[in-house]
Write a protein that binds this ligand. Structure first.
Ligand code: SAH
Length: 223
């Protein structure tokens, strides 16, 4: 679909409704997060055939067996990061790029890694087409992190992992925040980790269901 100004501006009413019913109605309080979600045209992050469901209260398929996260989960994870605008962020699991765009709206720079090359390429094209200039892309296994760009003020993992890969905790800055779905293949806890010197403090925000983080330091690839 062509990225005309009209296509980008479309569906403002649906975005307002999504924010009122799915976010405000469920206790999301961070105004900056809600403003970012009212700007980003979520319908452009899914296939044309699914655009009529883009503002619904659920994840949707984006091809390659992957999904775009539910709006509420995007808001909850982003709110937990407490972004002020100056942060350098590492995101693991670019997927559709919707969460990437929200982060790019609210922070200084986003480094995003996606393991599926065709998805990484397609999403980079979309985000560049939308005019984001503060995103750096890599198609690789994100469980290694991005050492030569570290430390990061914030790390967000958008796929489920049995444990947070050690490299990612290492690459988190002191006082940095990391949010990830941690647990089994089927369900996970959304976990917020804060780093204080050598100590990490973990807080659980509730249960969730993500596609698996597949890589050297997470789940193995399925046969
Ligand atoms: N926030 C994204 C979520 C996409 S689903 C969105 O809303 O669209 C999770 C993504 O993580 C998938 O695209 C999947 O391919 C990717 N992924 C899984 N394991 C990965 C790994 N080791 N490194 C980088 N990306 C990974």
């Amino acid at each position: 679909m062509e990225l005309t100004e009209q296509a980008i501006q479309a569906n403002a009413g649906q975005r307002r409704k999504m924010i009122e019913e799915q976010l405000l109605g469920r206790g999301i309080k961070d105004l900056a997060v809600m403003e970012a979600m009212s700007r980003v045209p979520r319908h452009l992050f899914v296939n044309t055939s699914l655009q009529h469901r883009a503002y619904g209260d659920c994840p949707l398929p984006i091809g390659e067996n992957q999904t775009i996260s539910q709006p509420y989960i995007v808001a909850l994870m982003t709110q937990a990061l407490q972004l002020k605008g100056e942060e350098r962020i590492l995101e693991i699991g670019t997927g559709s790029g919707y969460q990437t765009a929200i982060l790019a709206e609210l922070a200084s720079q986003v480094f995003t890694i996606e393991r599926i090359k065709p998805l990484a390429k397609k999403t980079k094209g979309l985000l560049e087409g939308l005019g984001y200039e503060n995103i750096v892309y890599k198609a690789f296994d994100g469980t290694y992190g991005w050492r030569d760009q570290s430390p990061f003020d914030v790390i967000l993992i958008s796929a489920s992992t049995p444990e947070v890969p050690a490299a990612l905790i290492e690459q988190l800055a002191d006082k940095g925040r990391l949010v990830a779905p941690v647990g089994g293949r089927e369900t996970q806890d959304l976990v917020v980790i804060t780093k204080h010197g050598d100590r990490v403090i973990k807080r659980k925000m509730g249960s969730c269901r993500f596609v698996p983080l597949i890589g050297k330091f997470a789940w193995p690839e399925e046969e």
